[in-house]
Design a binder for this molecule. Structure first.
Ligand SMILES: Nc1ncnc2c1ncn2[C@@H]1O[C@H](COP(=O)(O)OP(=O)(O)OP(=O)(O)O)[C@@H](O)[C@H]1O
Ligand SMILES: [Mg+2]
Length: 177
């Protein structure tokens, strides 16, 4: 099973992914978070944020997820993954698959700004640059039919995790849990 958490920067993907993996592991289900930020930094720093590099980033994450899930590990990809075409690739490549739309309004994500990236992007724009930051000057294409939608402006982390677990159970991925 591969789970893709997609959403704007600071929507809550990593937070939910980590909480979900902890819950699964505490129930003896092997689970691995593949965090887009972390893996990008550790394994392929050379990829930037152009459309093709972002697509390549997600393709590589999908490859890792498939390797893990073929060996019984529930793979949880947490990555902005802004383009619907790339997400469709993951859906076809990783089977079984569920897409989770981690949804919060841009205005709230901007106030969370845990890493100061929105502020940095706005600053660059004020200086006439085009940082290509998702939600600011690069598009985020919202999922049309995600298996799960987590409204992190309205739900607690635990509620979001519970929604995903319910979906996994429905798909028979967590028999006995
Ligand atoms: N209901 C919620 N679910 C998830 N995160 C929440 C929620 N409410 C507040 N947050 C907070 O939102 C902030 C951003 O979360 P997080 O770092 O997980 O986002 P992200 O989507 O992984 O961002 P990035 O794309 O930059 O990696 C965190 O401080 C987190 O605690
Ligand atoms: Mg994150």
């Amino acid at each position: 099973m591969t789970i893709l958490l997609t959403g704007l920067p600071c929507s809550g993907k990593t937070t939910i992914a980590v909480a979900l993996s902890c819950l699964l592991r505490s129930s003896s289900r092997p689970a691995q978070v593949l965090d887009g930020d972390v893996i990008r930094h550790k394994l392929w720093k050379e990829l930037g944020f152009s459309k093709s590099d972002r697509e390549e980033n997600l393709h590589r994450l999908a490859y890792l997820a498939r390797l893990l899930s073929q060996n019984g590990v529930i793979s949880i990809i947490a990555a902005v993954s802004p383009y619907s075409g790339s997400r469709a690739f993951v859906r076809n490549f990783c089977d079984p698959f569920i897409e989770v739309y981690v949804n919060a309004p841009l205005s709230l994500c901007e106030t969370r700004d845990v890493k100061g990236m929105y502020e940095a992007a706005h600053k660059e724009i004020r200086h006439g640059k085009h940082p290509g930051f998702t939600g600011v000057d690069d598009p985020y294409e919202p999922p049309a039919n995600p298996e799960v939608e987590c409204r992190t402006d309205q739900e607690t982390v635990a509620e979001s995790v519970a929604k995903i677990v319910a979906k996994l159970k429905k798909q028979g991925a967590l028999d006995g849990l």
